[in-house]
Design a protein around this ligand. Structure first.
Ligand code: TXE
Length: 480
């Protein structure tokens, strides 16, 4: 049984306790590797190593850091097959998705920040009173990066790359549910020649390792992606310690479909935006709002296309829907389907667990599910399900669509389908979200600010926003 190891001070090492946790393969439901059950002692070792590395790492030139990050991105691509297979086995997602999205994007994250840092300028302001100001943006120290299980390496690297590029050292914790790709990244960082202690990866449980990172006095900046509840818990600990905090949390994203949209392009994309990664992406559209004039047509076409999605072995190239990430999460999703029924929802397709045990797959598979007939205030439309479940609902007017879209406690992302340019700008302007896609979904320019409002989080990742987050500005004013 493979033992995953922590990566501390440049070395792959066992947890201080010597204890391990089972790592279950979502497709089979079987334990296939072991995860360090690390604790505060491991985090303390990691922080010590990071602090020792910080003076020299923070004094490297942007170019030196750029070269190493670029080398990491190239090694990720050189190991694409192994990393994609590992990600798929650990998360349950189709290997085709890991190969086409997760791993290439992880490489892109390192490559992007390897170059972005070279153009991250300091500022100066001249004063008529005969003074010049300049603002330095210096690395902060040891950054804590905590990431979730849905896009493991993609989101893990999205935090680590800008933190390292801006000259910080990092103590990072991947989700205990999907630790494998972070472990493989450790080996890549060693091969890339990342100096010891610059990046430290501590595996283990959220309430032990994650909490130890959050409350550690020598970690002044925390970047977190995960659930809103956990985000609130982290904020409670970090705020009174005056830590810098970035929280990328859940979503309950609307997809607005107007009757003047490019129908065929919309239909194809909305199947993907509803069910990619088994609906386990915070950016998936889970509330579909369709203009009433095309509602019935859309309902028939959408259900037909969703029923074509193949739920199967994540290793198989023709699988569109893999396993959900864990038994607990599958049960949460199935519970929400039952709640939807009690709230008056009509299951148009799906709604059941899929039994693939005959194929030796005793894991956690759920049919892609479409539900209609619910109102916007019910739990099914208010709470993040984070699985292959969407609701559909008609609307008459633009104002009604906007009101329905904004009617949850979340505000992460929306997709709008219309060919009318005035409507595009009117609607996008009134949606309380951090991101609005028009006639597309998950089209990502890494220079753009990424994040949400309300219960979807605080702060923005991406581009110079991320580099600003991981640096401390200092203004120096010189009178002459
Ligand atoms: O997140 P958690 P999970 C949502 C989605 C999902 C829910 C829970 O609704 O069902 O969050 O998912 C660590 N102090 N999203 O379980 O529990 C934990 O070990 C410090 C949306 O992944 O928040 C893991 O590494 N850390 C999201 C990380 O936090 C703690 C993507 C996330 O775990 C901790 C994923 C604590 N007290 C889930 N408790 C998005 N926006 O993309 C846990 N952790």
């Amino acid at each position: 049984m493979e033992k995953i190891l922590n990566y501390i001070g440049g070395k792959l090492q066992e947890p201080v306790s010597g204890n391990y946790l089972d790592n279950v393969e979502p497709a089979t439901g079987q334990v296939y590797s072991l995860i360090p059950d690390s604790n505060k002692e491991d985090v303390d070792l990691a922080v010590k190593a990071a602090k020792q590395a910080f003076p020299s790492w923070s004094k490297t030139t942007k170019d030196e850091r750029s070269v190493i990050l670029y080398r990491i991105s190239e090694l990720i691509l050189a190991n694409l097959g192994e990393l994609a297979a590992a990600e798929s086995r650990d998360n349950g997602k189709p290997v085709s998705l890991a190969k086409s999205v997760d791993i290439p994007r992880a490489a892109h994250n390192f490559r992007f920040f390897a170059t972005a840092i070279l153009h991250f300028a300091s500022e100066s302001h001249h004063m008529e009173e005969g003074a010049i100001n300049y603002t330095l943006k210096s690395p902060i120290g040891v950054a804590g990066c905590i990431s979730p299980w849905n896009l493991p390496l993609y989101l893990f690297s999205w935090k680590i790359a800008p933190a390292l590029a801006s000259g910080n050292c990092v103590v990072a914790k991947p989700s205990e549910i999907t630790p494998m790709s972070a472990y493989l990244l450790s080996k890549i960082c060693i091969e890339a020649g990342l100096p010891i202690g610059v990046l430290n990866i501590v595996h283990g449980l959220g309430h032990k390792v994650g909490a130890s990172i959050t409350e550690h006095k020598e970690i002044p900046v925390i970047s977190f992606t995960g659930g809103t509840t956990t985000g609130a818990q982290i904020a409670k600990v970090a705020a009174p310690m005056f830590k810098k905090l970035s929280l990328e949390l859940g979503g309950k994203n609307p997809t607005l479909i107007f009757d003047d949209c490019n129908y065929n392009k919309m239909l194809k994309t909305v199947v993907r935006s509803s069910f990619a990664n088994q609906g386990q992406i915070c950016l998936c559209g889970s509330r579909l709002l369709i203009q009433s004039s095309i509602y019935e047509k859309f309902k028939i076409d959408f259900v037909r296309e969703v029923q074509k999605l193949k739920v199967g072995n994540p290793k198989s190239p023709d699988t569109n829907q893999g396993a959900l990430v864990s038994k607990l999460h599958m049960e949460k999703v199935l519970d929400y389907i039952e709640i939807a029924k009690t709230e008056g929802g009509k299951i148009l397709c799906g709604g059941n667990q899929v039994d693939l045990s005959k194929e030796g797959l005793g894991g956690y598979f759920v049919e892609p599910t479409v539900i209609e007939g619910l109102n916007m205030s019910c739990r099914t439309n208010q709470e993040e399900i984070f699985g292959p479940v969407v609701t559909i609902m008609p609307f008459e007017t633009e104002e009604e669509a906007i009101g329905l879209s904004n009617a949850t406690s979340y505000g992460l992302a929306a997709s709008v389908w219309t060919e009318n340019v005035s409507r595009t700008n009117r609607v996008a302007d009134q949606l309380h979200m951090g991101i609005v896609w028009v006639n597309c979904w998950l089209l990502r320019d890494l220079r753009t600010p990424f994040g949400g409002v309300k219960n979807s989080g605080v702060g923005r990742e991406g581009g110079f926003e991320a580099l600003r987050f991981f640096t401390e500005p200092k203004n120096i004013c010189i009178k002459y």
